[in-house]
Design a protein around this ligand. Structure first.
Ligand code: 5GP
Length: 205
């Protein structure tokens, strides 16, 4: 039987650098599958439907909830975001690893359904640096930036739901840490009962 893939969940406050770390992870570990979320947020300049997000209307999103098509969903900064179910489940069942880049409310829902998931909290080195990064990114209006910064304290209270915390001081270093976590998770005895069985059989010959 195929071993189930690893479900990796990355969260952290806006500006912590989850997106950049995710891109770097996918570049350095191309077998990893990025789950494209659905959102009612308007696309930012350069964002593409079906690449960054599935950009949907409020009505379409509500239908996805009604039809049980989402693994989790949450309202974040006034917009709805959710993880489409089918693709993620198919990938995991076929032994493929999947990464979700979602907020802490969504991660809490995922933890209930997939306690075997690997939950990583990406933290900024400081609040000043976080504000700096959001301003520099230049993708959001001042109003939106204020809203995002005011949610940081609330976001931080969820940190205990996670298995790992990675401080994103420098992207390559933070990505190295996430890759090390994946490697360690893949070596867990519970994920390798086929190898364990083989070794025990050989020793008992
Ligand atoms: P942004 O608008 O900056 O792309 O994302 C805003 C927040 O929504 C980020 O914290 C991001 O991780 C989160 N987010 C993105 N997709 C999902 C999703 O499918 N579910 C949940 N719960 N949060 C998401």
């Amino acid at each position: 039987m195929t071993k189930e893939g690893i479900l990796l969940v990355l969260s952290g406050p806006s500006g912590a650098g989850k997106g950049t770390i995710c891109q770097e992870l996918l570049r350095r570990y191309p077998e990893l599958n990025y789950s494209i979320s659905a959102t009612t947020r308007a696309a930012r300049v350069g964002e593409k439907h079906g690449v960054n997000y599935w950009f949907v209307s409020r009505e379409e999103f509500e239908n996805m909830i009604k039809n049980d098509e989402l693994l989790e969903w949450a309202e974040v900064y006034g917009n709805f975001y959710g993880t489409p179910c089918r693709h993620v489940k198919d990938l995991l069942q076929n032994g493929k690893d999947v990464v979700l880049e979602i907020d802490a409310q969504g991660a809490t829902q995922i933890k209930k359904r997939f306690p075997q998931g690997v939950f990583i909290y990406i933290a900024p080195p400081s609040l000043d640096e976080l504000a700096n990064r959001i301003h520099k990114r230049g993708t959001d209006s001042l109003d939106v930036i204020k809203k995002r910064l005011s949610c940081v304290n609330n976001e931080l209270t969820y940190v205990h739901n996670y298995n790992y915390i990675v401080v994103n001081d420098e992207v390559q270093e933070a990505t190295n840490k996430v890759l090390s976590i994946i490697t360690a998770e893949k070596c867990q005895v519970v994920r390798n009962d086929n190898i364990v069985e083989e070794i025990l059989t050989n020793f008992n010959k």
